[in-house]
Structures are given as C-alpha cells and as structure tokens.
Design a protein around this ligand. Structure first.
Ligand code: FAD
Length: 323
C-alpha cells in the first residue's frame, strides 16, 4: 500500500474543502469495504484519504414529505432494518440483503454501495478503468464474459457493480450532493455515467463533491428485484432486473424496468417498460416485455448467455413485486 495522509473531518463543508478537483489525488472513505482493497492493490494511490465516519449529519434515515431520505453513510444494515424502507421499497431491501456477506452489510454504507468501483478484471488487475492497450480495447477481443451487453460500443465496457442503483433509477430517486459551490440534486437516472476516458468515473459526481443523501419518493410504486448469481457466496450478480410500476386497478402504469450488471450504468429499458405499460402483470406480459427489452442487446463474444438470463430476471422481478 502506498503512503497517504488521513483526515477525519466533522462536517460536510470541512470534508469538501479537503478534496482535490482532480480524480485520484484524494479519495473519500465511508465503510472502506471497497476503497481499502483498491488502496492495498495500489489501484487507488491518493495523497489524502478523507474519512466520513465523524460527519454525523451524513447518517440516518428519515421519512418526510412523501419521500424517504437516506443519509449517504447509513449502513446497509440500518437501511435493511428500517421500517419505512421495508414498507415502501421491498425490491431495494431484497437487493441489499442479497449482498454477501453479513460483514459487508454491517460495514458497507448506502453511498459507498452506489459509488463502489467496477469489478472488471482488467481494472482490478491494473489495466485501467477501460481495459485498453495501445489505444485498443483488450475487452473486445479478450475475456469479456462478465462485461456489458448493452451500451458497450463506447470506451467503457464494464458493468455497473451496484445492486441498489437499478432500483434507485426505477423508483425515481434523487441524489443529494455537496461540493465547493454548494448543494445540488441529481436524478438517479442522470447520476450514473459511462466514463469516456481514464480520467473520468462512473457518475457525474465531481472529485471534490460528496454524496450526502439519497431521497426516494414513497409514491406507492409496486417494486421487485431478481438477481441471477453464480453462487450465493461472496460475489456480485451476473444479471439483475428491477421492475417498478403503479398498480392501476390491476394494470401496470408508469412502468420502469431497469437492468443491473448489463451495462456501464444501470440500464433503463424504455422499450421493455413500454411493452408492459397498461397490462396486467402476468408471466406472459412480463415475458413479452423481456423480449422487447433484450431485443436491443449487443452482447460481446463471451457474454451472450446474459441475454436469456436477463429475460428470466425481468419476468421474476415483475412477479416478485408484491401486489
Ligand atoms: C466479496 C464481496 C461481495 C460483494 N457483493 C456485492 C453485491 O452483490 N452487490 C453489491 O452491490 N455490492 C457488493 N459488494 C460491494 C459492497 O456492497 C461495497 O463494497 C460496499 O457497499 C461499499 O460501501 P463502503 O461504505 O464500504 O464504501 P467505501 O469502500 O468506503 O467507498 C466505495 C467508493 O465510494 C466512494 N464513496 C463512498 N461514500 C461516498 C460519499 N458519501 N461521497 C462520495 N464518495 C463516496 C469512495 O471514495 C469509494 O470510491 C461486495 C463486496 C465484496 C467484497
């Protein structure tokens, strides 16, 4: 591990003031379950790590004004145990519970989960965020079984690692951010971004900004998730689907089908969502929506298997949404 300084600010303003405007020079530490391994492997080599554990205002869950606000450093354990989260967002609770292991759930924070770095083999083995050599993608012709099947024609071909992110997009969450110029709010659907170069990251968060909270409307959307995993042990899903909709007299309205682990950002399938709009939620209507959603997939040489998996995940996520 490279040497770095550690700062332990007590307020968000102090934390922001310590951060560099250039990615990589400083890093934010929440539960540390991802960042510490990146520091140990030398993939992250900051001069300064800014810990958030003493910034008390960043932790806690509050239901107010028709929304549930989750402080960014709230642990996954507290998120799962919260009654307002449980009653409004069962899909998110299942997604968080599926994270292995219990130690990860105890230590990991909601903000850190959303901002965890990609699990791409190329990135984790020091070949850069985009896995290129001499300007060419190593992923396109190399080992790409866990890579993207959507939105993979650009520089980024990894899949977004977060289990909560698809649900946040589907449920219309917004992310509250604090930076040197003050606070701003970004819709979850616009927060995640595919980097085009090694100097960018996987969201619109700037290097000197901190995610302070996530606000999810308690809009009465039915919601469910289904993840396909290789094993129940310590691993990430291969494919996940999150389905949210309003129950309008037995028919689905305002449908959002968002896939996880299939693209560099959570993948909102507008085509799949439209195919389900106005229909009762049945295995047949979901299967039809799944076909529509996956008709736009562009798998790489080694990950065609994700296409049928994603279809199954959509069907089961829709059926998992409590009605
Ligand atoms: C074996 C294993 C299996 C796992 N399986 C899953 C899984 O199935 N699904 C899943 O989603 N995750 C999985 N995880 C990942 C785990 O959920 C994350 O490591 C954890 O949630 C990260 O939270 P943290 O608070 O420890 O983040 P940290 O490690 O502290 O931070 C992670 C990243 O987020 C940034 N960051 C954190 N908080 C903020 C903030 N408030 N503002 C700005 N930047 C911030 C940090 O700078 C860092 O880059 C797994 C991890 C392991 C090791």
């Amino acid at each position: 591990m490279n040497q770095f300084e550690y700062a332990n600010p007590a307020t968000v303003e102090e934390a922001v003031a310590l951060l560099s405007a250039k990615w990589g020079e400083t890093e934010v530490l929440a539960g540390g379950t991802d960042l510490i391994s990146l520091l140990k492997q030398g993939i992250a080599q900051p001069r300064l790590v800014v810990g958030l554990k003493n910034v008390k205002s960043l932790s806690g869950i509050e239901a107010k004004g028709g929304a549930v606000r989750i402080g960014a450093t709230t642990s996954l354990k507290d998120f799962i145990a919260n009654k307002d989260v449980q009653s409004n967002f069962p899909g998110l609770v299942t997604a968080a519970r599926n994270i292995a292991s219990q130690q990860m759930i105890n230590m990991g924070t909601v903000g850190g989960e959303i901002l965890q770095r990609p699990r791409c083999w190329y990135y984790r083995n020091g070949l850069g965020l985009l896995g290129t050599k001499d300007g060419k993608s190593l992923i396109e012709t190399g080992e790409n079984r866990y890579h993207a099947i959507f939105a993979n024609s650009g520089a980024a071909k990894f899949v977004h690692a977060s289990s909560l992110a698809p649900g946040l997009v589907a449920l219309g969450a917004s992310l509250q951010i604090q930076g040197p110029k003050g606070a701003r709010t970004v819709a979850a659907g616009e927060f995640f971004a595919a980097p085009k170069s090694e100097t960018e990251r996987e969201s619109v968060l700037a290097p000197n900004e901190i995610l302070t909270a996530i606000e999810i409307p308690a809009a009465g959307l039915k919601n469910g998730v289904y993840e396909i995993r290789q094993r129940t042990g310590l691993d990430w899903p291969m494919v996940a689907a999150f389905v949210a909709f309003k129950d309008n007299g037995g028919k689905a309205q305002d449908v959002r089908i968002v896939l996880g682990h299939v693209a560099p950002t959570p993948y909102h399938s507008k085509k799949g969502s439209a195919a389900l709009e106005g229909l009762p939620i049945t295995d047949a209507s979901l299967a039809n929506a799944a076909e529509a959603a996956l008709s736009e997939a562009t798998p790489l040489s080694g990950n065609k298997y994700k296409v049928p998996q994603a279809k199954v995940a959509i069907r089961r996520a829709g059926l998992a949404a409590p009605t």
